[in-house]
Structure formats: C-alpha cells, structure tokens
Design a protein around this ligand. Sequence first.
Ligand code: F6R
Length: 242
Amino acid sequence: MKITNLGSRDYASFYVACELFKQMSQQSHSKLGLATGGTMVDVYAFLVDLLKKNQLDVSGIETFNLDEYVGLSASHEQSYHRYMNDILFERYPYFTQSLIHVPNGDADDLAAETKRYEDLINQQGPVDIQILGIGENGHIGFNEPGTDMNSTTQVVNLTESTINANSRYFDNEDEVPKQAVSMGLASILKAKRIILLAFGEKKRAAIEQLAKNEVDKQVPATILHAHPDVEIYVDDEAAPRF
Ligand code: F6R
C-alpha cells in the first residue's frame, strides 16, 4: 500500500478520474466499483469531462456501488442512487441501465437484497478498479469500526460519528438514516485494484492509522493492508504528519 500526497483535491481528483477513464478506454467491458460522498464529487466531474471530450463508448461498462441508505428509494434526493444519477449517469447518459448496480436500500426483504448484491459481485465481478473514500473513523463503504474482516454485503448500523458527518446533506440529523446496506470488507477486497482518496484535515487521523501498516479492526480501512494492489491519494491536509 502506498500513500501519495498529490497536493490538492483538484490534482488528486483529476488523477483518479484519469485512471478510471484509462481503464474504461482500454477495456470496453471494464467493471468499476464506485463510491459516493463529498470526496468523489470532483472525481466524477473530471470523469464526465473526459468522457464527453472523448465521446467514449461506455455501453459495456458495468458499475457496482458500495452502499445505499436503508429506507431511501432510488429517487430520494439524498439516496446514493440519486447521487450517482445526478453526478455521473445522467451527465453522461450513455451507460447501459442494466449494467448499473446500486444496492436497494428500500427493499422489503433486506436480507434477500444483501444476498442478491453479494451474489451479483461474485458472478459479475471482480471489479477492475474499486474507488473508496474513508470515514473520519476509518470506515470504508459503511463498514464501521469493529466490522468483521470476512464481512460480505450486509445491513449495517451507522455510528454517531458517521450520522453526524452525513447530516450536512440533510435538513437535520433526525432525517439521516441510521442504517445502510453496504458491501462488506471481504466484498471490497475482491477488487483487482483499489484506489482510496482522502481530503481535508478531518481525514488525517484515519490516514495516519493506515500509514502504521497494521491491521486494526477498530479502523476498518486498515484491512486494505491485506490487498496486494492499493493506492491511496491524499491532499496536503489529509497527509500524515509524522
Ligand atoms: C460512500 C462511502 C463512504 C464514504 C465516506 C467518506 O459510498 O462508502 O465510505 O466514502 O463516508 O464520505 P465523504 O466523502 O462524504 O467524506
């Protein structure tokens, strides 16, 4: 695992957008593992620009999102499905709908939904590149501290720290869903290549934990030490200070 400080959010976002673009242009049937959240906003903006400028054929690209809030429909303003539509799939509307996968947080039978999603990853995967953000508490996907290293897609309870961090997108904290459907740590590790991005001072403590080179169940992202192909890109503020 290599942690590289690319200086700024802009540089790092553009770099990762280029990596995704390169993967998609070199293999027209690439499989991408996608993340949402504030960290990814500029990555998708740069990616859409690159796709448009080059009119890339994305009809064979298959995408798998990491997670979705429980109880929010795909069209709900704050759902991750809606985020993806707004930020990528509707801005470059040439993806094949049936190849876009986001867990359904609004499923009647969530246990069946988690199984369906994990089966899908196993049958259609592995993904070529998985992009990840990181929580202030070190979560990846919504795998909160203490998550089992062997976890597969499951319903998770969000911690206070995550609910609080995510409340910035809702009118008030009471509206933030308390659960999510998330790919597990083992599901994430199935990807061939993993790129994690972290921006801002609030992420520095989590990145410093990663820099220690030890797997610690209380910092879920440290499980990435068990994967052979992980790159981490940060800005000046998130870069380790020791
Ligand atoms: C989002 C996800 C989360 C976020 C993390 C950071 O799909 O899986 O792990 O990447 O919570 O969120 P932001 O980028 O909003 O700081």
